[in-house]
Design a binder for this molecule. Structure first.
Ligand code: 13P
Ligand code: SF4
Length: 310
């Protein structure tokens, strides 16, 4: 089937199945184009919490679709490719996490949404990159806190909140791929540029950034800024929405260590989803996210706490 036929079929199936397509900014552009809503992790969780669709097609990675299912047990939630994981979620398994947590009795546990439902059940509250500071600051200043699984976001939060968080040692392979030396060399070529970075990036990248925020925060900053040129340190998929929202501005992806074709950083997990797979999953209602009810109910509590605090 050619691309236009695929798009027409998806739009027809979407009506028949009363489905909504939610897509993260890191999805390929054809998927962003066909989505009902494109957003960052927090916005997508909020949309998932309020949709009246009967089926949620989640064009993102597994933990995102799983969060949508936790919030919508009665709806069918499908993910175009079940192997769309995340280095943060995959690097934090429940038994190791429980052992780690048990070493710190009396500590509150704040987890980044990029983790499995099992990890969420062991957490007091979940956060995303756009509300993490607010969530940490919702605890009394002397409350001891464990933060997992992203050490880069955790170190950034330690710095911005002044709290002594104890961190799980995980990272995002995409945001750790930015080369500091190449970034500085690029900045020397464009000294008037603003460097914008996602807080999953390493400390040395964040140290030279003019703005640090979630994908939506970065988009908003670039659109509103008077500057003309931006070096963008996050997954390259965001450049697609940015090109439209910030027309006329020069957007340069921050360079990665690897000398790949785009010289940028792409999330291989996010890019597992394709228009073809999206078509198949909406048509077949498969691969479907399922979760047992006791696990879902426990995982729901810290997500609801986050949504109340956001
Ligand atoms: P946000 O959507 O919160 O910006 O996080 C980016 C990310 O890496 C999602 O996996
Ligand atoms: Fe996970 Fe990083 Fe990919 Fe986001 S960009 S899904 S944090 S590996």
């Amino acid at each position: 089937m050619n691309k236009q036929a695929l798009i027409d079929e998806i739009l027809q199936l979407k009506k028949e199945k009363k489905a909504v397509i939610l897509a993260h900014y890191y999805q390929e552009k054809d998927i962003q184009d066909i989505a009902d809503f494109v957003g960052d992790s927090l916005e997508l969780s909020k949309k998932a919490a309020t949709t009246d669709a009967e089926m949620i097609v989640f064009a993102g990675v597994h933990f995102m679709a799983e969060t949508a299912k936790i919030l919508n047990p009665e709806k069918k939630v499908v993910l175009p490719d079940m192997n769309a994981g995340c280095s943060l979620a995959d690097g934090c398994n429940a038994s190791d996490f429980k052992k780690w947590k048990d070493q710190y009795p009396g500590h509150k546990v704040v987890t980044y949404i990029n983790c499995s439902a099992s990890i969420k059940t062991l957490s007091d509250v979940v956060c995303t990159s756009s509300n993490a500071k607010k969530i940490i600051e919702s605890f009394p200043g002397d409350e001891p806190i464990l933060f997992a699984p992203d050490r880069n976001l955790g170190n950034y939060l330690k710095k911005t909140t002044g709290r002594n968080l104890i961190l799980w040692d995980g990272s995002c392979v995409v945001h750790e791929a930015f080369s500091f030396d190449k970034l500085i060399a690029l900045y020397k070529e464009y000294p008037g540029a603003k460097i914008v970075a996602h807080p999953e990036s390493e400390a040395q990248i964040l140290q030279v950034a003019h703005y640090i925020g979630s994908t939506s925060g970065m988009l908003d900053y670039i659109v509103k800024s008077n500057a003309e040129t931006f070096i963008v340190a996050t997954e390259a998929g965001i450049l697609y929405q940015l090109a439209e929202a910030a027309k006329g501005k020069t957007l340069i992806p921050a360079p990665s260590y690897e000398d790949n074709a785009c010289a940028c950083s792409e999330c291989a997990f996010m890019k597992l989803n394709t228009l073809e797979k999206l078509y198949r999953c909406i048509k077949n209602g498969y691969p479907e996210i399922t979760i047992n009810e006791p696990l879902r109910l426990e995982a729901l509590k810290p997500i609801q706490r986050m949504l109340e605090l956001s």
